[in-house]
Design a protein around this ligand. Structure first.
Ligand code: C5P
Length: 230
């Protein structure tokens, strides 16, 4: 069966990664979490006290960063490696979440991330989630999905996920973090978050995981069938 590139973009915590993982598993595609790449860069910047507003320091720091993904059998998806070290858990901490959108708005960080992501798509057969995947990374992707969910539902989902690992976290803190990231991501100068003109919208506010997967896989089938008759 023909392999395509599938992009999933949308605001923070609207379930993009969950859907992307489900789709990759069902299609036997590779799932790539582009947000994990920006989070790992941010972790490096925190550890080495790199000022994200200092472009020459950012450019030097990026030369020291190697990102890779390593398949994790128990979770069924890939963990990110920063210079060979598995940082999959660390990158989800609030200290990273609070800084990542500022770091990701830097022009050189974006060029670095986008170039690596484009490289990963050369083989096709990938599902990549992020903010600018359908607009900047793969403007010619065969299927682009823009995922949305009601803001209150997004906060509730993320709070549930984070409070299991961080007992001290408050709902207000989660809400403020999502609002801040969405604002920075959608107003930045370089590849801001926006729906690609040719993306289909999936609002999963009131869908179960099974329902959203069914809808998305139907779109994949329709797309592959339409390409076959061209
Ligand atoms: O997807 P996730 O919420 O983990 O992404 C963390 C942050 O990384 C986002 O809030 C955004 O600032 C940045 N990001 C980005 N472009 C992407 C993916 C993520 O700027 N393609």
């Amino acid at each position: 069966m023909k392999k395509i590139i599938i992009t999933l973009d949308g605001y923070s915590s609207c379930g993009k990664s969950t859907l992307a993982k489900q789709m990759a598993r069902a299609l036997n595609y590779v799932f790539i979490d582009s947000g994990a790449m920006y989070r790992a860069i941010t972790l490096y910047f925190i550890a080495h006290a790199i000022d994200y507003t200092n472009d020459s320091a950012v450019q030097e720091a990026l030369k020291q960063i190697n990102l890779a993904f390593d398949y994790n059998i128990s979770s069924g998806s890939s963990d990110i490696l920063l210079n060979g070290r598995n940082v999959e858990n660390e990158i989800r901490e609030m200290r990273v979440s609070n800084l990542v959108s500022d770091v990701a708005a830097n022009q050189y960080v974006r060029e670095f991330g986008v170039a690596q992501q484009q490289q990963m798509g050369l083989q096709k057969g990938i599902v990549m989630d992020g903010r600018d995947i359908g607009t900047t990374v793969f403007p010619n992707a065969e299927l682009k999905i823009f995922v949305t969910a009601d803001p209150a539902i997004r906060v509730a989902r993320r709070y549930l996920e984070l409070s299991a690992k961080n007992p001290g976290i408050s709902k207000e803190e989660v809400q403020a973090n999502l609002a801040m990231r969405d604002e920075i991501d959608s107003t930045r100068e370089f590849s801001p978050l926006r729906k690609a003109d040719d993306a289909v919208v999936l609002d999963n506010s009131h869908l179960t995981r099974e329902e959203q997967l069914k809808t998305a896989l139907q779109w994949v089938n329709d797309k592959i069938n339409s390409l076959a008759v061209l």
